[in-house]
Design a protein around this ligand. Structure first.
Ligand SMILES: C[S@@+](CC[C@H](N)C(=O)[O-])C[C@H]1O[C@@H](n2cnc3c(N)ncnc32)[C@H](O)[C@@H]1O
Length: 298
């Protein structure tokens, strides 16, 4: 049953559960605060890709795999796609160049600005500044949506997950597909103190970037895998900037995605693929997996 349906909707129960959660639950949620003046790495679109260790050709491989997924599961030509948390929409730019209509949503004006500049000659590409948790657009009837770069788990509450699914479903045609790229979540380690995970130096043009990644403590009652903190000290020739991003990561594995999709009442998970492969079993998944959800037909 879709989100407009009158029948009993499993998503109602789950969404209501989160919406009507006891007050103490909200009050004692783990605080995710950081110094208000510290900028985000997304203020520096050219630098963030290098910081995230993106490999040459990775975006192209991901886009190609999504196109294979659409050919396999969509059963009709794909004309219009929605890129969620698009940033500068590198996948969308490839698709728009191939003649597909692309709309991207993201909350960062800097990332969207970079995307608009890079795609300025493309008629098929539009960007909207929206939050992924709940959004509406003036256009709809997309054949597919996708959420790349393993960012989906930043939605940690059930309420956000449900309103996100409803927002995406509203914009998709019945039977439309939603591909979600998620990193493989290993065992959860409950930390008591902030812990340095990795550090490395990256050069981007004239800038030298010291990247430090931390894990921060989580509390047992959150559905979190970890809280990831990314600190970048960027030394430009004339100034130094320190960026800090705190990224909560919901524990998200295939059966939980299947449950959440079904709870939304708008989606069914129809496949889960490992490492951009149709044949590699989940047991052998090395780094990431892709959930393929299908929007309810009625
Ligand atoms: C790692 S980047 C990925 C960008 C793009 N999808 C790609 O593959 O290159 C993550 C993006 O998610 C966006 N983002 C994170 N949280 C968001 C939220 N709550 N609402 C909207 N955008 C969000 C950031 O602004 C950023 O552009």
């Amino acid at each position: 049953m879709n989100e407009r349906g009158a029948k009993v909707n499993p998503c109602r129960t789950m969404a209501n559960l989160a919406d009507s959660a006891p007050r103490f639950w909200r009050l004692c949620r783990a605080p995710l605060s950081y110094a208000p003046m510290e900028p985000s790495i997304y203020e520096f679109p050219d630098i963030f890709r290098r910081v995230h260790m993106e490999q040459p050709g990775e975006i192209e491989r991901e886009t190609e795999f999504m196109q294979m997924v659409w050919r396999r599961h969509l059963k009709r030509p794909l004309r219009r796609v929605l890129d969620i948390a698009c940033g500068n929409s590198p996948h969308g730019q490839i698709l728009a160049r191939a003649g597909i209509e692309v709309a991207g949503i993201d909350r960062s004006p800097t990332m969207i600005g970079a995307g608009r500049r890079e795609s300025s000659g493309l008629d098929h590409m539009r960007f909207y500044r929206r939050r992924i948790e709940s959004f509406r657009l003036s256009e709809d009837q997309f054949d597919a949506a996708f959420f790349m770069s393993e960012t989906f788990p930043v939605m940690t509450t059930n309420a956000d997950l449900m309103s996100h699914f409803k927002s995406v479903a509203r914009l998709l045609r019945p039977g439309g597909l939603y591909c979600i790229d998620i990193d493989r979540h290993d065992g959860v380690e409950l930390l008591r103190t902030r812990k340095l995970w990795r550090r490395r130096m990256v050069r981007v043009g004239q800038a030298r970037v010291m990247v430090r990644e931390y894990h921060r403590p989580i509390v047992w009652y959150e559905a979190m895998h970890s809280i990831y903190e990314l600190e970048c000290t960027i030394r430009f020739p004339d100034r130094t900037v320190v960026t800090r991003d705190l990224i909560p990561v919901r524990y998200m594995i295939p059966p939980l995605m299947e449950l959440a999709a079904r709870a939304s009442g708008c989606f069914e998970m129809i496949a889960a693929y490992s490492d951009l492969s149709f044949t590699k079993p989940l047991e052998l998944c090395y780094g990431r997996w892709m959930a393929v959800l299908q929007r309810a037909r009625s």
